[in-house]
Ligand binder design. Sequence first.
Ligand code: AMP
Length: 205
Amino acid sequence: MNLILFGPPAAGKGTQAKRLVTEHGFIQLSTGDMLRAARSAGTELGQRVAAIMDSGQLVSDEIVIELIEDQLDTHKDAPGFIFDGFPRTVPQAEALDKTLAKRDQEIDCVIRLRVDEEALLDRVTKRFEEQGREDDNPETFKKRIDAYNAQTAPLLPIYAERKKLTEVDGMGSIEKVAAEIDAALAKQSGDEKKGFLSKLLGGNN
Ligand code: AMP
């Protein structure tokens, strides 16, 4: 099962992804975490993306697609991936489809965490105070939200049309959001089993 956790910055994707890793054995692929790790390690890539990240803009599609492909190759036997903060543009989504298809896989489920922008700003202001992430400062955060609305939100109707999208209220407690995500995943695997059975039984199921 390959899952995209979808939502604006600070919607709680990382928190929920980490829980899914612990409870279900998924591999979390967070391009934001990978880029931050590259920066901390002082790699050439880290140095190249630092200014863009600090400005709240998106780094180039080529960079993040390559990071994801490397990870898919590294974890060939994984039971499933959670894509967290990726894809963020239409070309990234297309590249993801292609690279998964090459591995006989696909995106099974896209879960959108819905949150309102004012609550997000509160969350991020708190995270900025606690963790001091440069791109969490309120001015830059607004730019990250703008990038989400302009470049990432257009992916929602694409996944909706493919019947992959489930909306979850991201404003509840961590546990409540977790329960809704689990229900969406259970429904998705039930639907997959039904589809499989129906094919097996000649479409009468
Ligand atoms: P995040 O922690 O996911 O909010 O990512 C932090 C920053 O890393 C973003 O504001 C972007 O500058 C960069 N970034 C992370 N993931 C992507 C992506 N899929 N495409 C482009 N830029 C990304």
